[in-house]
Ligand binder design. Structure first.
Ligand code: HEC
Length: 100
């Protein structure tokens, strides 16, 4: 039992920073170019700075773009961006954007 607990603690300890790194990398690769390193860029005067959006709204937006149920005139750009990403990646990105 003790052994299991030690393992669980160690796994959580190592898994959490690894996940943060992954989403930071993914953001830098897939989002930064348009939304800015800190998520504050307003694109063509039509988006909100995503770093100022509550996490639930970022998540709802990303889920909606993936499902094709959210967005404005330029939603195709975002739909293409999020389509290849998994639900876990979108959740991690929403959390990462919230931390910016
Ligand atoms: C090629 C440029 C581009 C890239 C790359 C990009 N976005 Fe966007 N993003 C946009 C545009 C343009 C919009 C507005 C789309 C619309 O009309 O709905 C937008 C909208 C959004 C919104 C909703 C903003 C609002 O006001 O409702 C969120 C959240 C968002 N992007 C997050 C991301 C994340 C996270 C990534 C990386 C996975 C990303 N974007 C990558 C251009 C981009």
């Amino acid at each position: 039992m003790k052994y299991v607990l030690v393992c669980l603690t160690a796994c959580l300890f190592f898994a959490a920073p690894a996940m943060a790194d992954d989403s930071a990398e993914l953001y830098a690769k897939s989002c930064k170019g348009c939304h800015g390193a800190d998520g504050s860029k307003v694109i063509m005067g039509m988006t909100r700075p995503i770093n100022a959006m509550p996490m639930e709204e970022v998540k709802a937006a990303l889920d909606g773009y993936k499902a094709g149920t959210y967005g404005g005139q330029k939603k195709v750009i975002m739909e293409r961006t999020v389509k290849p990403l998994s639900q876990e990646q979108l959740d991690a990105l929403a959390a990462y954007v919230d931390s910016l």
